[in-house]
Design a protein around this ligand. Structure first.
Ligand code: PGA
Length: 250
């Protein structure tokens, strides 16, 4: 009942010319995709990506956005800018932003609210670090990160967000959560949503897994009932790999 969503997170990779090439390669390979397909590109590549994606079902997203309408926020993007350039999705609160750029649960909430209010879809990232999992805090932490990120949204707005469960220890490391670990923690997130917003809302929210998702493990992960897609870093930079993930075997 939930349409899966496979999103690439290109991080700080690709020039506009390289973006054009990657999307051109991708287009024929994902034309029969049953899931929503998104590429979250560097902001300077949005224009090239939109042009290249024309006539396909590939949606374009960015990797961060500010909550203010405009003003003295050097280095940031506003909702109006994103909308005017045809952006549909915005990654919010990626662990690399939390780790290197001082992103907090409160700023994640402000950004996510601004994305939703502008009619775009936030992909809100949550996930525990290795020592937090080992100490047994995973469930409490992801629940807290999720509910704080959604503060101030109506139930109708919550239905439309995408959440990416990304254990920090699995990002870019080649380590993946097992199918069961990922399914279980995503189930914890959904249960928290159900308690706060009701089961009907929780059943609508798409929750992705992210962290070293690749052609060799996508099928197992996507067979899990709670996992509605993936947020893919490294493997989204090669058309063949990303297409294999998009076309996962059910
Ligand atoms: P990875 O990155 O697939 O390279 O582990 C995932 C992410 O950071 O979203």
């Amino acid at each position: 009942m939930r349409t899966p969503i496979i999103a690439g997170n290109w991080k700080m990779n690709k020039t506009p010319a390289e973006a054009t090439q990657l999307i051109q390669e991708l287009k024929p390979l994902v034309k029969d995709a049953k899931s929503t397909v998104v590429v979250c590109v560097p902001a300077l590549c949005v224009h090239a990506a939109k042009q290249a994606a024309r006539g396909s079902k590939i949606k374009v997203g960015v990797q961060n956005m500010h909550w203010a309408a405009s003003g003295a926020y050097t280095g940031e993007l506003s909702a109006d800018m994103c909308k005017a350039c045809g952006v549909d999705y915005v990654i919010v609160g990626h662990s690399e932003r939390r780790q290197y750029f001082g992103e907090t649960d409160e700023t994640v909430n402000k950004r996510a609210l601004a994305v939703v209010r502008a009619g775009m879809t936030p992909i809100i990232c949550v996930g525990e670090r290795k020592e937090q999992r080992e100490a047994g805090y995973t469930d409490a932490l992801v629940e807290y990160q999720t509910l704080i990120a959604l503060t101030g949204m109506t139930a109708d707005e919550v239905k439309k967000v995408v959440i990416a469960y990304e254990p920090v220890w699995a990002i870019g490391t080649g380590l993946t959560a097992t199918d069961e670990q990922a399914n279980e923690t995503i189930g914890v997130i959904r249960a928290a949503l159900a308690r706060k917003y009701g089961k009907r809302v929780a059943d609508k929210v798409r929750i992705q897994y992210g962290g070293s998702m690749k052609p060799s493990n996508v099928d197992g992960l996507m067979k899990q009932p709670e996992i509605d897609g993936g947020l893919i870093g490294g493997a989204s930079l090669k058309a063949e790999d990303f297409a294999r993930i998009v076309n996962y075997q059910e």
